[in-house]
Design a protein around this ligand. Structure first.
Ligand SMILES: [Zn+2]
Length: 114
C-alpha cells in the first residue's frame, strides 16, 4: 500500500508548497534542498529566488496521503543543516541562561578588555 513510488519522492511534494509566503512568487524546485528524512517525514529547505527568504517545510507521508507544515525562517540551508542535529535546550539550560543575563555583573562581563 502507500503512495505510488514516484509520489514518495519529496520533490513530488513540492508542488503543494509552490508560493513564497513573503513575496508570492513561485518557488523554483532547484532552490529546494532536503536536509533530513526518516521513513515518514522529509524536512525541506527552500530559498525564494526572487526575495531570497527562507522557508522550512516538513512533508509527511501519512497512509495514502501527504501532509505538510512549514514556516518562514531566517536560517540558511547551511545553518539548518548544522543546527537540526543539535540537542534541544533543556529546562536547566533555560534557567542557566536566565540567571546569567540577570546576574548583577552580566553587563560588565560583556566589556571587551584590551
Ligand atoms: Zn519570495
Amino acid at each position: 500500500m502507500g503512495l505510488p513510488k514516484k509520489m514518495e519522492s519529496w520533490r513530488a511534494a513540492l508542488k503543494f508548497i509552490n508560493r513564497c509566503p513573503i513575496c508570492g512568487s513561485n518557488y523554483s524546485s532547484d532552490r529546494a534542498r532536503l536536509f533530513a528524512k526518516n521513513d515518514t517525514a522529509n524536512l525541506i529547505h527552500l530559498t525564494c529566488s526572487k526575495c531570497s527568504s527562507y522557508f522550512i517545510a516538513m512533508v509527511l507521508f501519512v497512509g495514502r496521503g501527504l501532509s505538510s507544515v512549514g514556516m518562514v525562517t531566517d536560517l540558511s540551508f547551511e545553518d539548518i543543516s548544522r543546527l537540526h542535529k543539535t540537542m534541544p535546550f533543556t529546562i536547566n539550560d533555560m534557567i542557566g541562561g536566565y540567571e546569567t543575563i540577570h546576574h548583577k555583573f552580566f553587563l560588565h562581563s560583556l566589556i571587551i578588555k584590551d
